[in-house]
Design a protein around this ligand. Structure first.
Ligand code: FES
Ligand SMILES: [Fe+2]
Length: 395
């Protein structure tokens, strides 16, 4: 799980004036629209007693915690504490992490990290969305799998004959021609191959009486979690975008958008949706059975061949950002913090405002390779050391 990237976390159409809870990167977030329609994304963890802001109510641009009514503005600062007399100052520490949010390509994107604006990678430039003649269809699919395993499946050319043999894969022609990986920029790469599909079925069968012509297929990925499948069919082009939203290490929700320039009437949507769902259902058992569940960091931990080049490019790029200290240490959160200590992904305000340096109640989610700062180690009731100490005091 990587911090410091823009994540497409929800469809635009699903974000309203009703606050909603989303779990992304193992973190609870609240998302809603302010009075101007702008998306707001904040940590869903009230710093008073850990209430869920998403269960609260909106008041203008602000959200009020359902537990004791503290009111927070979209920047994360608390602006009202009802239990205090009105003239009592609001503590500087009364603030939650708020994340930059933007709306693009039918998704709400949130920058989950603390890099200042100038150092942030940009939101991916996704092609085809500016063409109003394309038919757009959206949906989602839930996997019990890590998002990087799901993304790799989405850009994998060689699995089609084996996993999708009953739809578009062809076991008579499983060979993947040698291809080049083209880096679009340092955060994105694509590759194109020509696949030989089996005879057509269903609605498409009237178009091809016998053999289907070869299909040019392009797979593209954008760091950290977006993939695009482009299929050039004789009747037109189908593009399937996927924002593979990392819920936690073992759960992913792929929010997909299909853009097609054929069968652009609504009458074909049901068939198109059925086809997308069928592909996911074919992939699901295979992806969910992969071990280890998490994508290995060590490139030698799995054997790659030439046709895996597009996935290897993704792994290498991902490793680069893990090496830069962007990897959230989910293992440490689970094993050491567990349910005793809440952590949050640090927001840009933590770095941008030096005067707020000590104003954060919630601890930053630890990153891989970072030692736990002194004083952050958990002291729990019943800790063997503590019990020994208490015993020693008594003696
Ligand atoms: S827990 Fe949110 S106001 Fe008390
Ligand atoms: Fe697949």
């Amino acid at each position: 799980m990587l911090k410091n990237f823009w994540y497409a976390i929800e469809f635009s159409s699903a974000v309203t004036r009703q606050p909603k809870r989303l779990t992304v990167l193992g973190q609870e977030l609240v998302i809603y629209r302010d009075t101007k329609g702008q998306p707001v994304v904040m940590s869903d963890l009230c710093i008073h007693r850990g209430g869920a802001l998403s269960d609260g109510e909106l008041e203008g641009d602000c959200i009020r915690c359902p537990y004791h009514g503290w009111k927070f503005e979209p920047g994360g600062a608390c602006v009202e504490i009802p239990a205090n007399p009105p003239d009592r100052a609001i503590p500087l520490k009364a603030r939650v992490d708020a994340y930059p949010a933007e709306e693009r390509y039918g998704y709400i994107w949130a920058f989950l990290g603390d890099l200042p604006a100038a150092e942030r990678p940009s939101i991916p430039e996704l092609p085809f969305f500016d063409d109003p003649s394309l038919r757009l269809l959206e949906g989602e699919f839930k996997w019990n799998a890590h998002y990087a395993r799901v993304l790799e499946n989405g850009i994998d050319f060689a699995h089609a004959p084996w996993v999708h043999g009953s739809s578009f894969g062809n076991r008579e022609e499983p060979e993947v021609e040698d291809y080049e990986v083209h880096f679009i920029n340092e955060l994105s790469a694509s590759a194109t191959v020509t696949l030989k599909p089996p005879p057509a079925k269903g609605l498409w069968s009237f178009l091809y009486k016998k053999d289907r012509p070869a299909v040019v297929t392009t797979n593209t990925w954008w760091m950290p979690n977006v993939s695009l499948l482009e299929v050039r069919l004789p009747m037109g082009n189908m593009r399937l975008y996927n924002a593979h939203v990392p819920v936690d290490d073992y759960t992913t929700i792929s929010k997909w958008i299909q853009l097609r320039d054929f069968f652009t009437g609504g009458w074909a949507d049901r068939d198109a949706r059925r086809r997308v769902l069928k592909i996911f259902l074919q992939d699901q058992p295979t992806v969910e059975a992969q071990r280890p569940e998490l994508l290995p960091y060590d490139l030698a931990a799995e054997l790659h061949i030439k046709s895996d080049a597009i996935q290897v490019a993704y792994r290498k790029t991902r490793n680069k950002y893990l090496d830069m200290g962007y990897g959230i240490d989910m293992h440490r959160i689970e094993s050491e913090y567990s349910r005793h200590q809440a952590t949050v992904i640090p927001s840009p305000a933590r770095r941008e405002n030096p005067e707020l340096a000590n104003a954060w109640v919630m601890r930053e989610a630890p990153v891989i390779g970072q030692p736990i700062p002194e004083g952050h180690k958990l002291r729990r009731a019943g800790d063997p050391k503590k019990t020994e100490l208490r015993q020693a005091e008594k003696d």
